[in-house]
Design a protein around this ligand. Structure first.
Ligand code: FAD
Length: 544
């Protein structure tokens, strides 16, 4: 007998005041709760479900997300719970039951440029780990409650919550509200924030199916990722977790008004295999090929993060990762406001910084999708080599496919080259920025950029020297200069890391580098002016 779902949190256990009310306990809301708790900020997570959503969605954590998990002390635990299945081999194929055409030229990040390698784990497992940490850190959760309405006033936000079980309502007073409540965000609507939408180009399906005898048909090979080409659609198909007969297929394009019922989904799966296999549909959803980004992420004391703020196709698998990046950008800013050392325009900077990353990632994901269509044109016009074709024919075709779709498999720039150019809380140094490239990450220690990664002589990551607040990396300044800088920081929480023995001055092109809690560079130079502290903590008003 299946266990009954857990009951909703009783109203009596919901605190009526909090620092930050987070609507949505998905991966992004949970990540923010973990970050805020680690900073000593009181928060409350409101989640309409009583259990973690186990739908198969995101599968991949990028290096920056894993680096952040490591800062929360969770990366090793995630790896322990989700032993990685090989990501290195992705096969180009016609129908799955046919011979492989060849292998995708997948480019993994250079291990020297990251503190943590990317990791494959199901979204629900990431969500569960973050939820557990948040709960263990003492963050109260109102499970089985929805955010229904918000009313901003001068000192905070009054939030009405409604129980999904009993329909009763409670009011909570919060200093700030973060809507991490997904694509159909009620918070976004309540704050009156519009979505800016690009043209709707196509519809794709996310199908999770059980195909019991498939792996046997494939000769029992350990096949994780496959890219199936058909004249009218393509599919990214892989087994899910440790279950060899459960497959997920991201399949399309279809017209925007296309509808797929279970029978049509079964037929589609059989075409993807090229044989009349047994198919049980476990999950069926669709997603648009479109960019939908909130016009702004802040409206007074209400903020948006994750899918509530931005939606784009899961090509390159960056949506959840972008949301985790939002959480790490926002966490320290809310802490700065609630602890009294930050100015309100920190929230304006949140929109400026994170919206730019979402826009660039969205454009890249749609560009990656277009390259898949161009490969499909080749398949449609020239056909696929039939089983038994000479290796040379398959090799030539896959070389072409690789060249055409390279930006889907080689994403270092998209994943690692996050820059906060134009942010009001970054002190630019006037050095020209290297051109941004989708496929390549060429680290530069310029203010606004992610701190270029280095390993210290003992093998530790330079990121381990970055504390919970701001960190002044002393690369070549005399101790008195660094001490003076630390005194001028006043109430900005600051750690000075003496890295002079590691001879990194030439790499970072300055004696001193000021790093923010989210690993981005706020300032660099040889002598820090007192005004820098006012800029980085947004004490200077910023026009929105
Ligand atoms: C097919 C598919 C494949 C994907 N693949 C990838 C991938 O490989 N990599 C990647 O990074 N991303 C991927 N994504 C995207 C990823 O799933 C999302 O970006 C991720 O779920 C966003 O997390 P979130 O916490 O912002 O939102 P959600 O996961 O949607 O969580 C929002 C939470 O808010 C709750 N909620 C909603 N409304 C309310 C309310 N009014 N009150 C209280 N609670 C509320 C919901 O129950 C939910 O738990 C994929 C998405 C799809 C559809």
């Amino acid at each position: 007998m299946e266990a009954a779902p857990p009951r909703a949190t009783p109203a009596s256990r919901i605190p009526r005041t909090t620092g930050v009310l987070i609507a949505g306990g998905g991966p992004v809301g949970s990540a923010l709760a973990v970050d805020l708790a680690a900073r000593g900020v009181g928060c409350l997570v409101v989640e309409r479900r009583t259990t973690i959503n186990r739908a198969i969605k995101a599968q991949q954590l990028s290096s920056p997300s894993m680096e952040q998990l490591a800062r929360w002390g969770l990366a090793d635990e995630l790896r322990r719970r989700t032993p990685e299945l090989s990501h290195a081999s992705i096969w180009f194929r016609g129908p799955l039951a046919d011979e492989r055409l060849g292998e995708v030229s997948w480019v993994a990040p250079d291990p020297a440029q990251v503190a943590e390698l990317p990791h494959i784990a199901a979204q629900w497992q990431v969500n569960a780990l973050l939820r557990e940490r948040a709960v263990d850190s003492g963050v109260p959760h109102a499970l089985g409650w929805t955010l229904e309405a918000v009313r901003q006033h001068e000192d905070g936000v009054t939030v009405v919550l409604r129980s999904t079980e009993t329909d009763e309502t409670v009011e909570v007073e919060a200093a700030y509200v973060v809507g991490a409540d997904g694509a159909h965000s009620r918070t976004r609507a309540a704050a009156g924030i519009e979505l800016v939408e690009s043209e709707l180009l196509a519809r794709h399906y996310n199908l999770v199916v059980r195909m019991p005898d498939l792996v046997e048909r494939l000769g029992g090979e350990p096949t994780r990722m496959n890219l199936i080409w058909q004249p009218d659609w393509h599919s990214i198909a892989h087994t899910v977790g440790a279950e060899p007969d459960v497959w997920r297929q991201l399949i399309g394009p279809f017209p925007v008004d296309h509808e797929l019922d279970d029978d049509a989904a079964v037929a589609l799966m059989r075409r993807s295999v090229g044989a009349d296999v047994e198919v049980e549909i476990l999950q069926r959803s669709s997603f648009p090929i479109q960019e939908r980004i909130a016009e702004r992420y802040d409206s007074g004391r209400i903020l948006l993060a994750g899918d509530a703020a931005h939606l784009f196709p899961p090509y390159m698998g960056q949506n959840m990762n972008t949301g985790i990046g939002d959480a790490t950008n926002l966490g320290w800013k809310l802490a700065a406001l609630l602890h009294g050392w930050g100015g309100p325009s920190l929230l304006t900077s949140y929109t400026v910084e994170r919206r730019a990353v979402a826009r660039r990632t969205a454009a890249s994901s749609i560009a990656a999708w277009r390259t898949m269509l161009s490969v499909q044109d080749v398949v449609r016009e020239e056909g696929l080599p039939p089983t038994g074709s000479p290796d040379e024919v398959r090799r030539r075709l896959t070389e072409r496919m690789n060249a055409m779709s390279a930006i889907e498999w080689n994403t270092d720039g998209v994943l690692l080259d996050h820059r906060y150019a134009g942010s009001p809380i970054i002190v630019d140094d006037g050095v020209p920025a290297r051109p941004w490239e989708h496929t390549e990450y060429r680290p530069q220690a310029k203010p606004g950029h992610r701190l270029p990664h280095r390993r210290l002589a003992d093998g530790a990551s330079v990121y381990a020297s970055v504390g919970a607040g701001f960190t002044l990396l002393n690369l070549a300044a005399d101790a008195e200069t660094a001490d003076r800088a630390a005194r001028a920081a006043a109430d900005v929480p600051l750690t000075v890391a003496d890295l002079r023995p590691h001879r990194l001055r030439d790499d970072y092109e300055a004696d001193l580098v000021l790093v923010r809690p989210d690993l981005h560079i706020a300032w660099r130079g040889d002598r820090i002016r007192d005004e820098v502290w006012d800029v980085v903590r947004a004490a200077v008003p910023v026009r929105s």
